[in-house]
Design a protein. Structure first.
Length: 276
């Protein structure tokens, strides 16, 4: 779906980082045919002021004061960039359907600066049993009801598309083609979290993926082959639970941990589950 950048005033968000998009067309050769053509490069840049001071310099760019990154449409991922931007805009993406959101690289750097801790499902279970932590599952309610960690609270970061506009219906139709349900951000996530979660205990967050803040991957050996690290995975692996951790921090929660591997890992480790 097409996305637009919303201004600071439109979002009424006083502490949103300032960012900018820069789009340029550069000459390039096709990797197979060798024919000359052009490719469009979109670069995003953050200036350090206000909340931007929470964004730490990326690995390999420690001598660069400004944090820059860009979206690579060919590989469908965010990449580090040294390109400096001249203009600023609020780096909140407003999809044509749903709520505005902060782009993943900004969330990643925010959580790194917060020193978000990732723990195993077993560690989370032990904290829960000692009454020191509350487990929160941010999957949609229908998946949570099918099966979830025992004693877990559901606060969905996403919800089924609610509207009935042509765009809403088009999204439903498109996702139905992939046998998937059309979803959108839950606009009441922060209010729901405040109503359901205590602030005097650790909040352990899980989803259906897990995700990671680790950049790159360590070399590993599998079936006699050595797989080298991936230096291009510059912003870990995004997930709904990590994005929910950002939202919880912004809501005022202090003691937050992220559960590695999410609910699939919890189930694989044969920890207690239940259904509603």
């Amino acid at each position: 779906m097409k996305s637009t950048v919303t201004s600071h005033a439109q979002l009424h968000h006083t502490q949103t980082p300032s960012w900018a998009f820069q789009s340029s067309v550069r000459p390039a050769k096709h990797p197979r045919s060798g024919k000359c053509g052009h490719r469009r490069v979109v670069t995003v840049h953050a200036e350090k002021s206000g909340l931007q001071r929470l964004l730490q310099p990326l690995e390999g760019l420690s001598k660069v004061e400004d944090v820059s990154f860009r979206w690579n449409p060919a590989n469908l991922r965010w990449e580090k960039s040294r390109t400096k931007m001249a203009d600023d805009a609020s780096m909140m993406i407003t999809p044509m359907i749903g709520e505005p959101y902060l782009v993943w690289p900004a969330v990643h750097n925010y959580l790194q600066r917060k020193k978000l801790k990732t723990i195993s499902p077993e560690e989370a279970y032990k904290l829960q049993q000692k009454n020191k932590a509350v487990l929160v599952d941010v999957r949609e309610e229908k998946y949570f009801n099918q099966q979830h960690a025992a004693g877990c609270v559901n606060v969905g970061l996403f919800q089924s598309v609610q509207g009935r506009t042509p765009l809403d219906n088009l999204k439903r139709l498109a996702m139905a083609g992939f046998a998937m349900e059309a979803t959108e951000r839950n606009p009441n996530f922060r209010q729901d979290a405040l109503a359901a979660l205590p602030k005097n205990k650790t909040i352990a967050v899980m989803c259906s993926l897990g995700g990671t803040l680790l950049v790159g991957t360590k070399p590993r050996e599998l079936s006699g082959k050595v797989f080298k690290s991936d230096p291009d995975r510059a912003f870990g692996r995004e997930s709904r639970s990590l994005k929910a951790c950002y939202e919880l921090y912004e809501t005022g929660f202090k003691n937050i941990v992220h559960i590695e591997g999410g609910f699939p890992q919890w189930r694989y480790d044969q920890l207690p589950t239940e259904t509603d």
